[in-house]
Design a protein around this ligand. Sequence first.
Ligand code: FPP
Length: 277
Amino acid sequence: MHDSSRCHYRSKEQRGAHSLSSPKALWPQHVGIIMDGNGRWANTRGWKRVQGHIQGADLVMSVVEEAISLNLKALSLFCFSTENWKRPDDEVNFLMDLMYKFAESQMERMHKLNIKIRVFGQYHRAPERLRKQLDIASELTKNNTGLSLNFLVSYGGRLDILKAAQETATLVQEGKIKPEDITEELFSQHLYTKDVIDPDLIIRTSGEFRISNFMLWQSAYAEFYVIDKLWPEFKREDLRKACEYFSNRDRRFGGVNTTTNQPTSLQDPKKETPPHV
Ligand code: FPP
């Protein structure tokens, strides 16, 4: 069934400088980005992988600012997955440090931009100074009403679902609910994203068609946009192009688009019966 609450129509004026010519274009509300290709970007230049991470971190704020000017409600950045702990210690430590420096140096700027920062994942596994900095940033911006900026740190979609399963199982064990009370809505309330709308557009850089454990439950109906550029090459206009691509999609959520399809009745007397039904 088509769920109109998932759709977000904007007038040309509301869509601002980046508006499309169509007066009722569909516009994404929550964009997730799988920022891939830092290592390859550095390798092709004969540099160390971490140089790619530095370049990748440097462009994050410009993408965040573009997300605001595109009127997105939420932006989720896949910064470090549960699987990324398997990387060499040096690289893991470098990434933790980079995220710390980013959070520390950009927190006030994000606060001024009315951004609400959240962190999803087992970030308690991260070094203490990063953990604390992320908590400080989340606390500082918790009452902001602008872009919801979600940093996925030590995040995995399977972990997210497992956590929700454990929490709902505990509710059953405690006799607070019955197994049949577990609905999609109730289950969703135990995901990291409990108060964020599902992503409707997922962008992946570096040309790979993989979800890589990014928001598995929440991406059930997301549109996927894969761009060949490596993450350090990503530009703010690439985010706009992805949103424009989204605006041209025919989103049916498992239903049928009644504006572009004939009625489903086979007994329409005005029409010739098709040969194979
Ligand atoms: C994947 O590229 C990228 C990561 C695992 C880290 C992403 C981190 C950043 C962009 C910088 C830190 C983020 C913030 C918000 C400060 P890869 O290293 O797997 O690249 P490869 O596939 O080419 O090896």
